[in-house]
Design a protein around this ligand. Structure first.
Ligand code: ACO
Length: 380
């Protein structure tokens, strides 16, 4: 049989599929830019609404532009009663399955569902970002036997989400922590879920389908699940004095320390620092300082030798403790990641469709060739 030598790029690692203006990552120095702006400046000086505007429009808004954008986002929060009904029907499913189902159902009620113009994709991305917060919070309340609370238009996106979850207004510090978390999760180049969303967009399918694809892809433990695992690890360690022993034992049995390492960053993930102090402050305020203490021993002592191998903390390392301290149950952690990432997925769908080419790689077939078809009664 004649064979042709093909070059396989397993996992597509190191392959550029297109140009982008969404985000820039230099994993060797831990640098991340959204639309050219440093993530540190955005996390410290911006708001989620402003960062979302920047991502979707490509430039920082004027005061009037931000105000109109924010008003559109706030107005889009309510979800149809039929979608609440669907959430009730699937309430026992994992929150990511519920979010995926609800986003799919929301397509049926979206006035732009058949309109894939750039303006319509933008409107749908804004609506879905607002509605996803309502879905996640409504599900959390419904599965605990509580009625969803109506969105509060006087609160920003992050504050409103915490309000919808708890039924009472968060203090400004908690709302700011949630806001920063949404900023640092908003966009991250061609990670698995954004790539999957692009594949869907490249068939000229619609935005809801692409976001459903993104949610389904993010759900896997190799992508969105580490924050939950970090909190489980901190609970298993229990007290700071046990952290070094835990690392020794885990690595001896070839396990992984959750919240460390990254496929792209070989220096500290620049997003991690923005939740470090917030984890400390929130822990002290809540009377649970042990989580930050345990994480600090892991970061500053036990895992220091691994820095030489490019293994540093990633964005999920402090996120788990922060969510826990905000009173958020651990199976909601990935949904919060997904909510924050909708602007990035929307932007990548817009980029893909602006100069589309069907994403259609090849698979090198290695199975048998030209087998004779055997009739059923002659098979053994
Ligand atoms: N703990 C211990 N060792 C690690 C860790 C870790 N967290 N991460 C990587 N290593 C080691 C591996 O054991 C491997 O060692 P070896 O060469 O002796 O076999 C080496 O570093 C390279 O590991 P790979 O998995 O090949 O490296 P990659 O860069 O593809 O891994 C990944 C990235 C999957 C994130 C990995 O670091 C990991 O499993 N981390 C823990 C889970 C986690 O925190 N995930 C969240 C990532 S951030 C995000 O997705 C938003």
């Amino acid at each position: 049989m004649e064979t042709t030598e093909v070059q396989i790029h397993r996992g597509l690692r190191g392959i550029y599929i297109d140009n982008t203006q969404a985000s820039f990552i230099d994993g060797n120095v831990g640098k991340l830019l959204y639309r050219g702006y440093d993530i540190h400046e955005l996390a410290e000086k911006s708001t989620f609404e402003e960062t979302m505007y920047l991502l979707l429009h490509g430039q920082l808004p004027t005061r009037a532009q931000l105000s109109a954008f924010d008003a559109e986002l706030r107005a889009a929060r309510p979800i149809p009663a039929e979608v609440i009904q669907i959430i009730r029907l699937v309430q026992r499913a994992h929150p990511m399955d519920v979010l995926r189902t609800a986003v799919s159902a929301l397509a049926a009620f979206d006035p732009d569902v058949t309109n894939e113009s750039p303006e319509a994709i933008l409107r749908k991305g804004i609506r879905l970002t607002a509605q996803a917060a309502t879905v996640v919070a409504a599900h959390e309340r419904i599965r605990h036997g509580l009625d969803p609370v109506p969105p509060d238009p006087s609160l920003n996106h992050a504050g409103n989400f915490l309000y919808l979850l708890r039924g009472k207004r968060p203090d400004p510090e908690e709302a700011k922590t949630m806001d920063v978390d949404f900023i640092i999760h908003a966009e991250h180049s061609s990670n698995a879920s954004a790539f999957a969303a692009r594949v869907t967009a490249s068939t000229l399918s619609d935005l809801h389908s692409a976001i459903v694809t993104g949610i389904g892809t993010l759900k896997g433990p190799l992508h969105g699940g580490a924050a939950e695992k970090v909190m489980e690890m901190a609970e298993a360690i229990g007290q700071p004095e046990r952290a070094e022993e835990y690392v020794r034992e885990t690595l001896k049995s070839h396990g992984r320390i959750m919240g460390f390492g990254h496929a792209v960053y070989k220096a500290e993930d620049p997003r991690a620092r923005h939740l470090r102090d917030r984890s400390k402050v929130l822990g002290e305020k809540r009377g649970e300082p042990q989580w930050f203490q345990i994480l600090t021993v892991l970061e500053q002592k036990a895992m220091v030798p691994y820095r030489a191998r490019g293994i540093y903390v990633n964005v999920d390392f402090f996120a788990g403790s922060v969510y826990h301290l905000l009173g958020i149950p651990s199976d909601l952690f990935i949904s919060i990641f997904a909510m924050g990432r909708i602007p990035g997925w929307t932007l990548q769908v817009m980029e893909q469709q602006a100069h589309n080419m069907l994403l259609r790689p090849l698979l090198n077939y290695t199975g048998p060739m030209d087998l004779p078809y055997v009739p059923m009664d002659q098979r053994r």
